[in-house]
Ligand binder design. Sequence first.
Ligand SMILES: Nc1ncnc2c1ncn2[C@@H]1O[C@H](COP(=O)(O)OP(=O)(O)OP(=O)(O)O)[C@@H](O)[C@H]1O
Ligand SMILES: [Mg+2]
Length: 266
Amino acid sequence: MGISITIASGKGGTGKTTISANLGIALAQLGKDVIILDADIEMANLELHLGLEGMKTTLQTVLAGEADIKDAIYAGPGGVRVVPAGMSIDGLRKIEYDRLGDVLEALRQMCEILIIDVPSGIGRPVVVSMSVGEELLLVTTPEISAMSDVLKTKIVAKKLGANILGVVINRALFDRTDLAVGEVETILETKVVSVIPEDPEIKMSLSAGKPVILQNPNARSVHVIRKLALELVGEEGSDEEIEIGPAPQEPQGEGIIDRLKGLFGR
Ligand SMILES: Nc1ncnc2c1ncn2[C@@H]1O[C@H](COP(=O)(O)OP(=O)(O)OP(=O)(O)O)[C@@H](O)[C@H]1O
Ligand SMILES: [Mg+2]
């Protein structure tokens, strides 16, 4: 039975789908058997990031009771398997969210790491993923306006018993407008495990329909995402270091690495 990592945030547009796609592929490149699930059923963006739009059987059809989850898993780019959310507006009406918990359990049986890309906020798919999902990464931008939203998500996650691996700060500019790593850690009482820079390559690759990790493996953001993947599987960051500006301080990932080593060993 694999582990699941829910990629959640408070505010929308912080980079959950970007991180789900690229972190999933980075983990697959490390030899892990990865499924990425698009649980953002109403917006369904993951398929656009992975060039998998237009699939017939999707999470939507499974939650409508019209298909088996096994038939909604597709070979995605970079060695990952993907469950698209589906984009039918009519299909949304037929969804029964009560089925989602069983779907998540079933998917976990079929892979080593299930990455769950959830919508922003604390709606139904988020609550179910947090209840069933063992691990959680919180994604935020380094702005004060994002903090209250992600704090709310963190509090709900704790109440539901999710295991918070840490905070990923995305779109960091490394200037005075950014909150410092220490400030984010103090506000959220949670470790920052990765700081991903603002990187124009991410948008460029999205317009090319490919995740940045495949479109431009040398992009600054990719180095950081690969390092996070290495830390998650318990290998010390052997990826070459790159200069990403005056980062306030190094992410402190040691406790997580050790703990995940144990998790992956079970
Ligand atoms: N590090 C980054 N540098 C530059 N652009 C980024 C970065 N991360 C994400 N983006 C861009 O920000 C936008 C939102 O990203 P994404 O869709 O991954 O966010 P999200 O949290 O999944 O959004 P939603 O809440 O709507 O699901 C996209 O256009 C993406 O290309
Ligand atoms: Mg998204």
